[in-house]
Design a protein around this ligand. Structure first.
Ligand SMILES: [Zn+2]
Length: 222
C-alpha cells in the first residue's frame, strides 16, 4: 500500500510523456539482433589462460531528452545551438545551463546557428574504421559554428589535407534531406566559398609528404 502511494507521488514530478507521432525506420535488412552472446573461447596450452569471445549486437535507444532539438534540427538541415539570455554566450554542442559563474546556472535558450564555422584545430587521419578506408586521408576538424564558444568535430571536405589552416572560414554542407538520419554525420564542413589556400610552404610540404603513402595505399584497395 505505502509503496503504491509513493510511486503515485513520484510520478507527479515528471512532465507528461511525449507523444511520438513521427517514426522512421532505416535498419538494413541484413542486421540480425542476437543480443549479447558468448560465441567461443580459447585456452592456453597449459590451461592457465583463457580468452572468451563475446558477440555484442543489440538495439539501443538513445533518448536525447532536452537536447533533442539539436538532432531534430539536423533532419531539417539546421544547426541548433543554445545561448544564455544573460551574458549572450552560445554553444554547439549545446549546453543546458550557462557556464559563466555570474549567470548562476541560467537556463539557456535555443537558437538557430548560421551555417558557417571557423577551424579551431584539426588533424589528418591516415587510418580509420573499415567503412571509411577508401576515403583516406580524412581531414577531421574541431570548428566553432557561428558564435559558439565551444568547437564541434566533423569532417572537412573539398580541399587537400595540407591546405587546412587554423582559423580558416568554413561552411556547413548537409546531405540531401532523404539521406539524413538526425546524426552529426548528416553534415560536413567545406571551405567557405571566398577562401583560397595559401601558397605552398615547408609545413604544408611536410604534410603532403606524409599523406602521399596513404593516397598510394588507397589506390590499391578494391
Ligand atoms: Zn550566461
Amino acid at each position: 500500500m505505502i509503496k503504491t502511494v509513493l510511486v503515485g507521488k513520484k510520478k507527479e514530478k515528471f512532465a507528461d510523456p511525449p507523444l511520438f507521432n513521427e517514426r522512421k525506420e532505416y535498419r538494413p535488412a541484413d542486421v540480425k539482433e542476437t543480443g549479447l552472446a558468448f560465441v567461443g573461447h580459447e585456452i592456453s596450452e597449459d590451461r592457465t589462460v583463457m580468452n572468451q569471445f563475446l558477440h555484442y549486437d543489440q538495439l539501443y535507444t538513445i533518448r536525447h531528452g532536452w537536447n533533442s532539438r539539436f538532432f531534430i534540427g539536423l533532419l531539417d538541415g539546421k544547426i541548433m545551438g543554445t545561448h544564455c539570455p544573460k551574458c549572450g554566450d552560445s554553444w554547439v554542442p549545446v549546453r543546458t545551463h550557462c557556464w559563466n559563474l555570474n549567470c548562476n546556472l541560467e537556463k539557456t535558450e535555443w537558437v538557430e546557428m548560421p551555417l558557417t564555422a571557423k577551424v579551431n584545430t584539426w588533424t589528418v587521419a591516415g587510418w580509420s574504421g573499415r567503412s571509411s578506408l577508401k576515403r583516406l586521408p580524412i581531414i577531421l576538424v574541431y570548428a566553432n559554428i557561428g558564435s559558439s564558444k565551444v568547437a564541434m568535430a566533423n569532417e572537412l571536405h573539398g580541399l587537400d589535407p595540407w591546405d587546412v589552416e587554423f582559423g580558416m572560414p568554413l561552411k556547413i554542407v548537409f546531405k540531401p534531406k532523404e539521406q539524413r538520419i538526425g546524426a552529426v554525420t548528416d553534415f560536413h564542413f567545406e571551405p567557405a566559398d571566398f577562401w583560397k589556400p595559401s601558397p605552398m610552404n615547408n609545413e604544408k610540404q611536410r604534410i603532403k609528404d606524409m599523406v602521399a603513402p596513404v593516397y598510394e595505399w588507397v589506390q590499391t584497395l578494391k
